[in-house]
Design a protein around this ligand. Structure first.
Ligand code: ASP
Length: 422
């Protein structure tokens, strides 16, 4: 019932927000409508960091009982994530080349959403040229944060994950001497999952309110839709193909199981991703869905938090597609070399993007720079006018990538004994 109520709330939010936007609501009214949603989002964010640390730790604690299980889970996860990200980027490039949305003139939308200022403010006038190697090193450096508290405060989830893995592996090695600490970590994780369940009871109101406030406050909805319609169609088509065709096909090819079941069981996570606009905020729901599908805890606790952070199929294809669209709109030919640079840097930018709203749009600057297109970075402000919607859709595909990933890893490890697994 929670799923049905939440989907209904999303629909009410979209239609209601659209109708209310004709009354030109003031910023205060929009803030008031969005207030329950803000509280809901805060409550989820409040739980996410301890949940990631505890679930990764307790996943590793259960896994490290058998070295073989550990190897297969880690290897399978990284392999699947790399392959699905690459497939997504290639799909994005192929569709943008075939449809060629850049043939439409893109004039600046008549007004810019408030966030556009933030995006442009972050754009360096003449940023340092970030070659893919420095970019990769920058992302890798995040995995060893110099200050754990700062990493947590900055939501450097990658740093928190690597610390948790290190902690859990070392704890496991202490054997019986540390048994009580292991039990404590696993019990605490259950407490946090229970807190998440309580917060999620508020999802219909929270998500409905978030969506309604966003649609109400969107600036010149019709104008930006007209200006960027073909671009939006291309993005939505690419996201649909990745989520409904490519990922299910990869899953079927690897497991011979019915992918529709995965899509159905994880639908609460998709709705949550659409509403909260963040794979991290939806992570607790994604973990719950995996649980209800019977994925063993040690697998879901390792694969999903990592996936929410680094595996972003929707963001990867969006980055590549949008940068090539910008090149097309300005009549720039990227050629094969330039396109390869876009493919590579888009995959890296998606790995490096935080799983929070519009993070993909900020990391897109790196792709633009790498492709030698930074002089067009002002275009990102125009794309910002529709990004609030596209971001929600790509977040859903990001979560779908993780959902299929966890099911594939479960299939590959189905005959293994997870040692201390609960
Ligand atoms: N909002 C996306 C996510 O949380 C990231 C992005 O901006 O692409 O998965």
């Amino acid at each position: 019932w929670l799923l049905v109520a939440t989907v209904a709330a999303v629909l009410v939010g979209m239609v209601g927000g659209w109708l209310l936007s004709f009354a030109r609501p003031s910023a205060a009214v929009v803030a008031l409508v969005g207030f329950p949603g803000e509280l809901f989002l805060n409550a989820l964010k409040m739980l996410v960091l301890p949940l990631v640390a505890l679930s990764v730790s307790s996943g590793v604690l259960s896994l490290s009982g058998t070295g073989e299980a550990m190897r297969r889970v880690v290897g399978g996860t990284l392999g699947f994530y790399a392959a699905s990200t690459l497939a997504a980027v290639v799909l994005g490039v192929a569709l943008v080349e075939i449809i060629h949305p850049g043939r439409e003139a893109v004039d600046s939308a008549r007004c810019q959403s408030p966030g556009a200022g933030e995006a442009t403010a972050e754009m360096p006038e003449q940023g340092p040229t970030l070659d893919p190697v420095s970019r990769l090193l920058g992302i890798l450096a995040q995995t060893v944060p110099p200050n754990l508290v700062a990493a947590a405060a900055e939501t450097n989830i990658l740093g928190v994950i690597s610390f948790s893995v290190f902690f859990a592996v070392t704890l496991q090695r202490q054997g019986e001497a540390a048994r009580q600490v292991v039990d404590f970590v696993q019990a605490l994780e259950q407490v946090f999952m229970e807190m998440v369940r309580v917060v999620l009871l508020g999802s219909p109101v929270g998500i409905g309110s978030l969506v309604m406030a966003k649609v109400m406050g969107a600036c010149d909805l019709a104008g930006s839709l007209r200006a960027l319609s073909l671009f939006m169609v291309t993005v939505l088509l690419a996201l649909a193909v990745q989520g409904l065709v490519i990922l299910p096909l990869i899953y079927f090819a690897l497991t011979r199981r019915n992918p529709l079941r995965v899509l159905r069981v994880f639908s609460p996570a998709f709705v949550s991703g659409f509403g909260t606009d963040s794979s991290t905020a939806a992570l607790p729901v994604t973990i719950e869905c995996a649980e209800s599908l019977g994925v063993p805890d040690p697998v879901s606790r390792f694969v999903l938090p990592l996936g929410a952070t680094v595996n972003m199929n929707g963001t990867a294809l969006y980055e590549a597609l949008t940068v090539i669209f910008i090149a097309q709109a300005h009549g720039v030919e990227l050629g094969l070399g330039g396109t390869l640079v876009v493919v590579l840097t888009s995959a890296l930018a998606a790995v490096g993007a935080a799983a929070i709203p519009s993070a993909g749009l900020v990391t897109m600057l790196l792709v633009l720079q790498a492709a030698g297109l930074e002089r067009f970075s002002g275009d990102i402000a125009i794309i910002f006018t529709v990004d609030w919607f596209l971001d929600r859709c790509r977040t859903v595909v990001n979560i779908a990538g993780d959902a299929f990933g966890v099911c594939v890893v479960q299939h590959w490890t189905r005959n293994l004994d997870f040692g201390a697994a609960r």
